[in-house]
Design a binder for this molecule. Sequence first.
Ligand SMILES: [Zn+2]
Length: 367
Amino acid sequence: MEIIMRYIAFAVGLAMFGTTAQAATEYTGDKVQGMPVISALDVADLPTGQHRFMFEGVETATGQHWYVPLMVAKGAKPGKKVLLQAGVHGDEMNGVRIVQQAMAQLEPAKMKGSVVAVIGPNRSGIERIARTWAIANDGTELVDYNRVHPGKEQGNPPERQAWLMWNKVYKGNVELALDYHTQTSGTAYPLFIYADYRNDEVKTLAELFPADQIKKDPGEPGSMETTFVEHGIPAITVEVGAPRIYQQDMIDRGLQGALNVLTHYQVIDGKIGANAKTEQTYIGNEMSSVRATTGGFAEILVKIGDEVKQGQQVALQRNAFGDVIATYTADRDGKVLAVSTDVIREHRAMLVRILGQNPAQSCQNGC
Ligand SMILES: [Zn+2]
């Protein structure tokens, strides 16, 4: 039954996103920062070349609009339609520079297919350098924009923004999606990928990146990645290091991954560079987070990428007087996937995340 349902989801996905193009790119007649404003994108009706737009997103509280910057590289010949996106969380920046650099080096006259780039669809979050979308009503409500997909036409602002992005930007224009993130504020990842290994093409995408670690992952309902996969569009979440800053090594490797994907699918010519095989990426199927059991000043005793053994001390917390009030040990063997970079950690805050191997058959493609 599950297989049948997945096939139906896949078939519906193809019908919705793979083959059914938008009627046309719709120009509102406005310009913002010199860019034409559009309310719908159809890459099929654009001429070969590089294009820039402002997409008219959801209405603001006073009835203006949030505008999402879009770049499109339309190739001279038909081929794969690829999405590069960053800024779904507004405090996660390395991907912004990756997407900008990838677009800057594309030569549409030599391309087969097209690349759509989206910078900061979570307009509320990126303006506040924040993970969440802030709904103004009811004294402000903070919503994770990566849990509301594919959105609702008549929903609250982040839900409606998601609906507009799915129905007016992605639909018909995306056959593969790379969604760039980082760890959230106060924490850090290496170059790390969430990938649904039940889908062979997702595995291929993930392993085209020279990542440090990959998690075989069944997905997160309402996330960009999982919603694409559910609609038959291979997608991965690429976690590029730490939030809020540009890290050159991370940007270089995240860009290499995007170029490898475009090369593999023959959108561009070239050679596949560093990837999971050449970098001997660590691929795990289960992760766990060591979380604070009190509030306090944390010291993390391990580094990202360290191998740890179950029972090994990985962190401690002190009170304001300097006394150790809690010590923390690894709950499994594995590699350190993420650490807290903020010293102050509240109750339940993540201190250390460990990626490991669960040998159970049910975890083969991720638990
Ligand atoms: Zn994120």
